[in-house]
Design a protein around this ligand. Structure first.
Ligand SMILES: *Cc1c(COP(=O)(O)O)cnc(C)c1O
Length: 363
C-alpha cells in the first residue's frame, strides 16, 4: 500500500502522547494512577470555565462564532492590544500548522532546535516543508547556532520559550540581540505555552515586542495554566496584517463553542491562575530539594515540569514507574535517553512520584 501514501508522510513517525490514566489502570490493573506526563494543570480546570460550560451545553446545536469575537475582545484587553492582533486556534498545535501554511513556500525552510516541542518538525513534514534542527547548548536554544543556519530560503524560526522539554529560557538581551541580527524576510515564532510559570525578571514576553516588530508571532495556550487542555484553545498574537492572512487559512469553525466560552471565563478567573502559579512555584522548590537529597540531577526550569537525569535508560525508568501508578514522560522521542520529564503536581502527587523514583533509581 506504500505507493498510495505521499512521500513526506511515509517517513513520519507517529507522535507518542503522554499515556492516559485510564489506559494505565486498564493495562496494569491498578486502582490509583497519577499522570505527571503532559504538563497539565493538577488543580483541574478553572472553576469559572466549568460553570460556563455546564450552563451552555444545550447550545451546542449551533455553530460557534466563526470569529471568536468576545474571546478576542477579552484577550485584547488583557494584553493591551487590539482584537485584530489575535487569531484563535484549536490548541496552539493547530496554529503551528496555520503558520506554516500561511508563510512558508515550497522551497523555503523552517529552523528550530533539535530538542524541543516535537510538533514544529512533525507539522513541517506533514506540509512537506524542510525543517532544520539545531542542537541545544547546555539544554538551551542555541541562538548563535540557529543564526548560522539562516539563509535566503529561511522563512520561519520556532522558539519554544521556555523550552519544552528542558524548561530553560532565552533571556531578554539574548533574544533582542538575535532579532537584531536576523534578515527581514524571517518570521520568528515565540511559543510561550508556559508563560504563567515564569519566575525570573529577564524573561522577554513576546507580546511586549509585537507593537514594534512586524516579524514576530507569539503563541499562547489555555492548555497548561488555565487547565483547559481537553477543550483545545490556543491563540496567536502578531501585527494585524500577519494575523489577517492566518485568518484566511484557518477553518471557519476551528474553535468550538464551549472552548470559546471556557477560555473567556478562564481569563476572568485571576484567582485560579494565581493559585496555580503559587502551587507550581512552591512545589517546584519542594521537588528540587527532594531531588537534591536523592542525588538526582535536574535542569532548573521556569516552567511547570522538570527534566531529570536518571542516570540509566529513561524508557525503563518510565515503565518501572508505571507499576507504581506514576505516569511520567520518557524522552526517547526527544533523543535524551537517560532523562525523564515530570510535570509538577500537587504535593500528594509529587510525594508519590518521589517515592516511586526512589525505588526505581536504586535498582
Ligand atoms: C503543550 C505545548 C503546546 C500545545 O498547546 P496546545 O494549545 O494544547 O496545542 C504548544 N507548545 C509547547 C511548547 C507546548 O509544550
Amino acid at each position: 500500500m506504500k505507493e498510495l501514501i505521499c512521500k513526506n508522510i511515509i517517513q513520519l513517525k507517529p507522535y507518542v502522547a503522554g499515556k492516559p490514566i485510564e489506559e494505565v489502570k486498564r493495562q496494569l490493573g491498578l486502582k490509583e494512577v497519577i499522570k505527571l506526563a503532559s504538563n497539565e494543570n493538577p488543580l483541574g480546570p478553572s472553576p469559572k470555565a466549568i460553570s460556563i460550560v455546564k450552563k451552555n451545553l444545550a447550545r451546542i446545536n449551533r455553530y460557534p462564532d466563526s470569529n471568536c469575537f468576545y474571546l478576542k475582545l477579552k484577550l485584547a484587553k488583557v494584553h493591551n492590544l487590539t482584537p485584530e492582533c489575535f487569531t484563535i486556534g484549536n490548541g496552539s498545535d493547530e496554529l503551528i500548522d496555520i503558520i506554516i501554511k500561511t508563510f512558508v513556500e515550497e522551497d523555503e525552510n523552517i529552523i528550530t532546535a533539535e530538542t524541543t516541542f516535537l510538533e514544529y518538525e512533525i507539522i513541517s513534514k506533514v506540509n512537506n516543508r524542510s525543517c532544520i534542527r539545531v542542537p541545544l547548548k547546555y539544554h538551551k536554544f542555541d541562538l548563535e547556532g540557529i543564526e548560522k543556519k539562516v539563509n535566503k530560503k529561511t522563512k520561519l524560526i520556532f522558539i519554544a520559550n521556555p523550552n519544552n522539554p528542558t524548561g530553560t529560557y532565552i533571556n531578554r538581551p539574548e533574544l533582542l540581540h538575535f532579532l537584531a541580527e536576523l534578515p527581514k524576510w524571517v518570521i520568528v515564532v515565540l511559543d510561550e505555552a508556559y508563560d504563567t510559570f515564569i519566575d525570573v525578571d529577564d524573561f522577554p514576553f513576546g507580546t511586549d515586542l509585537i507593537r514594534s516588530r512586524r516579524n514576530i508571532i507569539v503563541l499562547k495556550t489555555f492548555s497548561k495554566s488555565y487547565g483547559l487542555a481537553g477543550l483545545r484553545v490556543g491563540y496567536a498574537v502578531a501585527q494585524p496584517e500577519l494575523i489577517s492572512f492566518m485568518e484566511r487559512v484557518r477553518q471557519p469553525f476551528n474553535v468550538n463553542l464551549l472552548a470559546q466560552l471556557a477560555a473567556e471565563a478562564a481569563l476572568d478567573d485571576k484567582d485560579f491562575l494565581e493559585k496555580t502559579r503559587k502551587l507550581i512555584l512552591e512545589e517546584k522548590n519542594f521537588l528540587y530539594k527532594k531531588l537534591r537529597e536523592l542525588g538526582v540531577n535536574y535542569v532548573p526550569s521556569v516552567a511547570n515540569f522538570i527534566l531529570l537525569d536518571v542516570g540509566r535508560d529513561g524508557c525503563e525508568v518510565f515503565k518501572e514507574m508505571l507499576k507504581f501508578g506514576v505516569i511520567v514522560r520518557d524522552m526517547e522521542q526527544y533523543g535524551l535517553s537517560n532523562f525523564i520529564r515530570v510535570t509538577i503536581g500537587i504535593r500528594e502527587e509529587n510525594k508519590k512520584f518521589l517515592s516511586a523514583l526512589k525505588k526505581v533509581i536504586k535498582r
